[in-house]
Design a protein around this ligand. Structure first.
Ligand code: ATP
Length: 270
């Protein structure tokens, strides 16, 4: 059960240069998560406490998991991921204990980054709608708060939580000593989209006519994950026709395909 709910990677092998367009965010994450792990004396010398936890919020597929993995790699820390929605949907009755276990695991494997994805599933506004499981969810949440409060900031564990729905979060989570650093992860702008396209085509052979500026222009509103899917689909088009290079037409066809698939799937959560 533990193995199903927690993913543990010793060093995820994701580097900051694999993330497009989030330089400001990365700077902030280095300051608040990486430096406290690698150079804690910087903080103690000045007499300030680094945050225990950082909350990343933004649309799906904007790179929240990627950032958490990159920090872990850069700090040479263990990366442990736990999904808030798995916790409340798949492991009913076990939530509080699993939260306790995952924090213990993080301390055992420190230095560690504990990444809690979809924290809104656990830390949503406490409702009393009588649905089964909500008392259980509350218990899981209380355990999470207890772990954050019992946390010694000088210990070699940092918690990064992520959500698409910050509006749903219980404000108790954001109090000092808990997730008191909140960082917005925006959708990529034009420049960022070009960067992301470059990152995901680093190993591809591109035809002369490739025009990332044009592609970036028409992909306004799409996420980094969407762009990654487009480059992959374009590669598949080349494979299918046994071509050698990815042409602009492959990219445009892939773009059409991805956008039409997005339109048919329900745009929930955003
Ligand atoms: P979710 O909220 O859906 O969990 P997320 O914000 O955690 O999404 P990631 O899992 O980090 O998103 O992103 C999914 C994939 O999309 C990444 O593995 C990467 O390939 C690509 N991607 C997303 N954002 C970026 C970015 N800024 N630069 C490069 N690649 C990106």
């Amino acid at each position: 059960i533990r193995a199903q709910v927690m993913e543990l990677i010793n060093s995820p092998g994701i580097h900051y240069d694999m993330i497009g367009g989030l330089d400001e965010v990365i700077k902030e994450v280095i300051e608040s998560v990486e430096l406290p792990l690698t150079e804690p004396e910087l903080f103690s010398n000045i007499g300030i406490e680094p945050p225990n936890g950082v909350l990343l919020y933004g649309a799906p597929g904007t790179g929240k998991t990627l950032i958490a993995k990159a920090v872990a790699s850069s700090a040479k820390a263990t990366f442990i991921r736990m999904s808030g929605s798995d916790l409340v949907q798949k492991f009913i009755g076990e939530g509080a204990r699993l939260v306790k276990d995952v924090f213990q695991l993080a301390r055992d494997k420190s230095p560690a980054i504990l990444f809690i994805d979809e924290i809104d599933a656990v830390g949503g506004m406490r409702t009393h709608d009588g649905t089964t499981g909500s008392a259980e969810v509350n218990r899981t949440m209380l355990q999470l708060l207890a772990e954050m409060d019992g946390f010694d900031a000088t210990k070699n564990v940092k918690v990064i939580a992520a959500t698409n729905r910050i509006d749903l979060l219980d404000p108790a989570l954001l109090r000092p000593g808990r997730f008191d650093r909140v960082i917005e992860i925006p959708l990529p702008d034009m420049v960022a989209r070009v960067e992301i396209l470059n990152i995901h085509t680093r190993k591809m052979k591109l035809a002369e006519d490739m025009d990332f500026d044009k592609l970036a222009k028409i992909t306004a509103g799409l996420s980094g994950a969407d762009l990654q899917v487009i480059t992959k689909e374009a590669g598949m088009f080349v494979l299918r026709r046994r071509g050698e290079k990815v042409t602009m037409k492959d990219m445009m066809d892939a773009y059409e395909k991805v956008v039409s698939e997005e339109e048919t799937s329900t745009p929930s959560g955003m």
